[in-house]
Design a protein around this ligand. Structure first.
Ligand code: SF4
Length: 357
């Protein structure tokens, strides 16, 4: 028998673990679709369901890693959270106040709480501004007096490991990639935010520089009591920095849990496939089979039911018909997976059977 009460419910935001501090950010049913135009008259040719009902909670002080293949919606989620683009629907609550809703927190005030570091360190910086002007720009725009904003820029340069006396008058083209990313981090911290979204922030760096910047980020988190959302396609890096991990596939959250639950006991077939695709340093442990079969589906017309069913080795007829919602994994409290095999009495042959009495 199908567990319709579970599958038909709108998925709640999977809660942050109880031993963590209260949620600083709650995301509920966030949706962002993009209209694709085509043909002679540029009529609507469909919609890319980039973010399609994403919900999660972020506890103060934690690092939540977000992973998934390119096009899964992780960066769009970040941009919508930052309000670099407006969501189509859904609610974002920061420190108990709804963002951009009547009586809630304004986008301007939100910038004091939430900042972002992007992957492309060069494109993120204005080539005509010195490093000091770059870091002081945000505070100046928010009304901080010039001298105080400059002093803040110098302090932050020191914090990110760049000598202010050497760097304040330089321009972005005079810096290496690692130095530019340190400036981007300093700029993100200039408004003293509590949450920083790091969107592939170390992906473009050489491995040795990447390790230095990761260690810097960990130190800053400790010193400044920061909370991170760490978006990356690199599962090794996410394992290193995260407390919890959220996995996305074609605009949906398919699994969320602690870093140990995800890396040692993943419940969703897609997460297991991603993990088995991680490069191994052990020559005896080389993958000989591709971990995921088939091409990624077209995000304009995603598969019905479970969006992973066209590539899943465990798919059954039910999977193409009914969409599984996030459901707590057996014997855990905060590990959620959106798979019919995880939902008691779902109708999948591998689902746990529970009597209703
Ligand atoms: Fe595979 Fe079905 Fe689970 Fe989707 S719901 S991951 S298709 S078994």
């Amino acid at each position: 028998m199908t567990d319709t009460t579970i599958m038909d419910q709108k998925a709640p935001s999977p809660p942050a673990p109880e031993n963590a501090r209260p949620p600083i950010l709650v995301v509920n049913d966030l949706v962002k679709h993009f209209t694709v135009k085509g043909g002679l008259f540029q009529k609507s040719a469909g919609k890319v369901l980039a973010v399609d009902g994403v919900s999660f909670e972020l506890a103060a002080g934690e690092t939540l890693g977000i992973v998934g293949e390119s096009g899964c919606g992780k960066s769009t989620t970040a941009r919508v959270l930052m309000r670099l683009m407006a969501p189509d629907s859904g609610e974002v609550t920061l420190k108990g106040r709804s963002v951009d809703a009547p009586g809630g927190i304004t986008i301007r005030d939100m910038r004091y709480l939430l900042q972002m570091v992007f992957q492309d360190s060069y494109a993120s910086l204005n080539p005509r501004m010195t490093i000091e002007e770059t870091i002081a720009f945000g505070p100046r725009a928010q009304g901080v007096p010039m001298e105080e904003a400059r002093q803040r820029a110098r302090d932050l340069l020191g914090r990110v490991g760049l000598d202010p006396n050497l760097f304040i008058r330089r321009y972005p083209h005079e810096l290496s990639g690692g130095q530019r990313q340190r400036v981007n981090i300093a700029r993100a911290l200039a408004l003293e935010p509590e949450i920083v979204i790091l969107d592939e922030a170390v992906s473009a760096l050489d491995k040795s520089v990447e390790a230095q910047v990761l260690n810097l980020l960990m130190d800053l988190k400790e010193q400044l009591n920061l909370t991170y959302i760490f978006i990356s396609h690199d599962l090794n890096v996410v394992h290193y920095v995260s407390d919890r991990v959220l996995v996305m596939y074609l605009g949906k959250v398919v699994e969320i849990g602690t870093v140990d639950e995800i890396y040692t006991d993943a419940a969703h077939p897609y997460t297991r496939a991603l993990l088995s695709a991680m490069p191994s340093m052990d020559p005896q442990n080389r993958a000989t089979e591709p971990p995921i079969s088939g091409d990624p589906p077209n995000p304009i017309d995603p598969p019905s039911g479970c969006r992973f069913h066209t590539r899943c080795d465990h798919a059954e007829a039910l999977c193409a018909k009914a969409e599984p919602s996030l459901h707590v994994v057996a014997n855990t409290l905060h590990h959620f997976s959106a798979c019919h095999m995880n939902i008691p009495n779902s109708g999948h042959s591998a689902a746990p059977q529970r009597s209703s009495s």
